[in-house]
Write a protein that binds this ligand. Structure first.
Ligand code: PEP
Length: 261
């Protein structure tokens, strides 16, 4: 069971799905389905064109809005990009280092570091995703990969804002329907926590929240939520179904209530 001082955080990454009217319907459905789930933080990450719609639609509730991507420069001739400074006032969180950014768009550890730092500098909360490829897991190098990705992302930072969220997302589990077992997810989350503690401080390691992501659904959420180092989930496909996403959020809220009892 996770430490009761860490409030679980569940993110819904819509990726590049939907239409504007579908987004409006989904936001409406999410508000209704998530009403009453108060023990956790929930961050909805729609595609960029609907970020402002989401912020408006969710302004009266507790649901937060996150961006899926950012450029590290504050402004300039970067056609098609948006800076963290530009997202201020619209979103609270930004996804950084998602495996699709790393492996589909070829983002490097160094670019991830620039993005991560730009989000922190803008006063927004990063959700930093790290995770190994299947071949890296099979080769037994998962922890080395996590250490490399985390150290690279932290380059140049003397402290880590305690609100920072780290998402452990094994690449082989994302969108595959093959979620990591709770044991594998716990082992990796624990490794992430130790790496953060070694790099910054014991208290940073103890306070930072670590999500698991990769084919999370209503059926596997409770077992993942019961793990001591897993403080939430980053959800892709299942975040496009309000009732499924609400079940996942409910599982983490339930686990948190148990940890407080
Ligand atoms: C994700 O997009 O971060 C993700 C984990 O996707 P899915 O839940 O669909 O595996």
């Amino acid at each position: 069971m996770a430490d009761a001082t860490r409030v679980p955080i569940v993110g819904g990454n819509w990726k590049m799905h939907g239409t504007r009217s579908h987004a409006a319907e989904l936001l409406h459905a999410l508000r209704a389905a998530l009403d009453g789930i108060t023990d956790i933080e929930i961050v909805i990450c729609p595609p960029t064109p609907w970020l402002a719609d989401a912020t408006d639609a969710l302004s009266e509730g507790t649901l937060q809005v996150g961006a899926q991507n950012v450029h590290w420069e504050t402004e300039g001739a970067f056609t098609g990009e948006q800076s963290a400074a530009m997202l201020v006032g619209t979103v609270s969180h930004v996804l950084i280092g998602h495996s699709e950014r790393r492996h589909v768009f070829g983002e490097t550890d160094e670019q991830t570091n620039h993005k991560f730092r730009s989000v922190i500098d803008a006063g927004l909360t990063p959700i930093l995703a790290v995770g190994e490829l299947e071949a890296e897991r099979e080769a037994g190098t998962t922890e080395d990969v996590l250490r490399r990705q985390l150290h690279a992302a932290f380059e140049g930072l003397r402290t880590l804002p305690i609100g920072t969220v780290i998402a452990y997302e094994p690449v082989w589990a994302i969108g595959s329907g093959r979620a990591a077992t709770p044991e594998i997810a716990q082992e990796a989350a624990s490794a992430v926590r130790s790496i953060v503690a070694d790099r910054f401080s014991e208290s940073t390691g103890a306070l930072i929240r670590i999500q698991y992501g990769g084919s999370v659904n209503a059926d596997n959420a409770s077992d993942l939520a019961a793990q001591p180092d897993i403080d939430g989930a980053l959800v892709g496909g299942a975040s496009l179904q309000a009732s499924e996403f609400a079940s996942i959020c409910g599982a983490f809220a339930h686990a948190h209530r148990l940890s407080e009892a």
